[in-house]
Unconditional design. Structure first.
Length: 195
């Protein structure tokens, strides 16, 4: 006679497998939610107290360029901006970077400012530069070693993408890796550029 598990045992195994699958899908869907080396945070307290939602003005944001120069989102008023937050240690970011680069190649000549904001902690500029070179990134990259942008833009992790119109209003928000060929982001960018 064959030894068959009880119905209760089958349900328990199915439940555990379902929970594990749900947890894995959740992690992949959100991307990477913690900064390298521990909890995200640091920097200014109280930053990001305003809502960042489609249809509202985005807060100004300042960071450093790779050469150490001060840069600010307010310097791009009058331009449509695609702001992409990423880290070198984030696997979904590695999948997404070529997608963002293709958006830059397609819409940059039409007036889209693509800005990558790297949130690797500490003095990782050489690592970031190696990453940029290995992925053929040609859009500007800013550094935010304290992950302030995650708080300011209310992002639970990386990657995250925001499209901002010429007046500083949020047109589009996507948390997680941008899907290849996503029609929504193309539509939003084209509408923003047409205004």
């Amino acid at each position: 006679m064959l030894d068959t598990p009880s119905v209760a045992g089958d349900v328990s195994v199915v439940t555990r497998r379902y929970r594990l699958a749900t947890a894995i899908v959740g992690i992949v869907a959100l991307g990477c939610t913690r900064a390298e080396g521990g909890e995200r945070g640091g920097g200014r307290k109280g930053a990001g107290s305003s809502r960042v939602e489609v249809g509202l003005r985005v807060p100004d944001y300042k960071a450093l360029g790779l050469s150490g120069d001060s840069v600010a989102l307010s310097g791009h008023v009058g331009h449509v901006v695609l702001l992409n937050i990423w880290a070198t240690w984030c696997i979904p970011c590695r999948v997404e970077v070529p997608v963002v680069e293709r958006l830059h190649q397609r819409y940059g000549p039409k007036g889209l400012d693509v800005i990558g904001v790297n949130v690797d902690a500490g003095n990782q500029t050489a690592k970031v530069e190696d990453f940029i070179k290995s992925f053929g990134v040609t859009f500007p990259v800013w550094r935010d070693t304290h992950s302030d942008i995650l708080r300011i833009f209310r992002s639970p992790g990386v990657p995250a993408t925001f499209v901002i119109d010429k007046d500083g209003m949020l047109l589009y928000k996507y948390l997680g890796p941008l899907p290849e060929g996503d029609a929504n982001i193309h539509r939003v960018i084209e509408q923003g550029l047409a205004k």
